[in-house]
Design a protein around this ligand. Structure first.
Ligand code: ATP
Length: 272
């Protein structure tokens, strides 16, 4: 909600076992988790621990989930904010919110700061439509100042998510800032199957469910869409008074989610 612009160092219970697929991304983020757990091991030979990593991928593919799982695995507090929360703020408010966030994070280090939709504040300076340029640039400048302001041994790792890396201000990608980039793609059929397994766990389902077939029937679905299908299917079956969710309920749910995705694409497409 707009009331809280960031999660103030919440403890998370999510771990890598909650994140299905994304095997390559997991290998890369495990290294970052180890930086948080054993910083001395890495700095002992004079190396500098990276401050930030960019998670790049389409909506709903698990970027936020993966960032939370990193905090859960490293057992450090998780701070988060969304770039879109900074749209429509009064002059000076964005920058002071960023300052505030980093101040709290420094007090709780080691910790993770997650910035969702960083493109909303991190667009290349001088070509933005959403926010008044001055205010957005103030916010971005403050973020750069904060990132430069702590040492690599401070125990703060900043993760940022975007599906538009092409519009980001190159200042964000310089060494010492978001110099690592981790790509997260929509899952393939095998990835979708493992995501179905995760989200089917809490569902009372028929033993005759063909999970491979569900994965085959959902090309292009992101993890969030699959979570949605599982939930819809349970509601559809419950509405019919069933005691377990059957294949046909999943098929209805898939049709419904495809319908929703098509509607969304219709609204989005003129811009793309
Ligand atoms: P956005 O760019 O829209 O913020 P995102 O990439 O951050 O999306 P998440 O918020 O992490 O996506 O995903 C939304 C939900 O979808 C998750 O909370 C989870 O329930 C489900 N999900 C997405 N990807 C996965 C995955 N790889 N494994 C298990 N669940 C997933």
């Amino acid at each position: 909600s707009k009331a809280t612009l960031f999660d103030k160092g919440t403890k998370v219970n999510i771990t890598f076992s909650d994140v299905a697929g994304l095997d390559e991304a997991k290998v890369e983020v495990m290294e970052i988790v180890d930086f948080l757990k054993n910083p001395k091991k890495y700095t002992s030979l004079g190396g500098k621990i990276p401050k930030g990593a960019l998670l790049i991928g389409p909506p709903g593919t698990g970027k936020t989930l993966l960032a939370k799982a990193m905090a859960g695995e490293a057992q450090v507090p998780f701070f988060s904010m969304s770039g879109s929360d900074f749209v429509e703020l009064f002059v000076g408010v964005g920058a002071s919110r960023v300052r505030d966030l980093f101040k709290q994070a420094r007090e709780k280090a080691p910790c993770i700061i997650f910035i969702d939709e960083i493109d909303a504040i991190g667009r290349a300076r001088g070509r933005n439509a959403i926010m008044s340029n001055d205010e957005r640039e103030n916010t971005l400048n403050q973020l750069l100042v904060e990132m430069d302001g702590f040492g690599t041994d401070s125990g703060i790792i900043i993760l940022a998510a975007t599906n538009r890396p092409d519009v980001l201000d190159s200042a964000l990608l310089r060494p010492g800032r978001f110099d690592r980039q981790i790509t997260i793609d929509r899952p393939d059929v095998k990835g979708r199957e493992t995501i179905f397994y995760v989200h089917l766990k809490p569902i009372k389902k028929s033993s005759r469910l063909d999970i491979r077939k569900l994965a085959e029937q959902t090309p292009g679905f992101a993890g969030a869409d699959i979570a949605n299908v599982c939930n819809e299917a349970a509601l559809i079956a419950a509405r019919k008074g069933k005691t377990e969710v059957e294949m046909e309920d999943f098929q209805d749910a898939i049709d419904r989610v495809i319908g929703g995705l098509e509607k969304k694409n219709k609204i989005i497409s003129p811009d793309e």
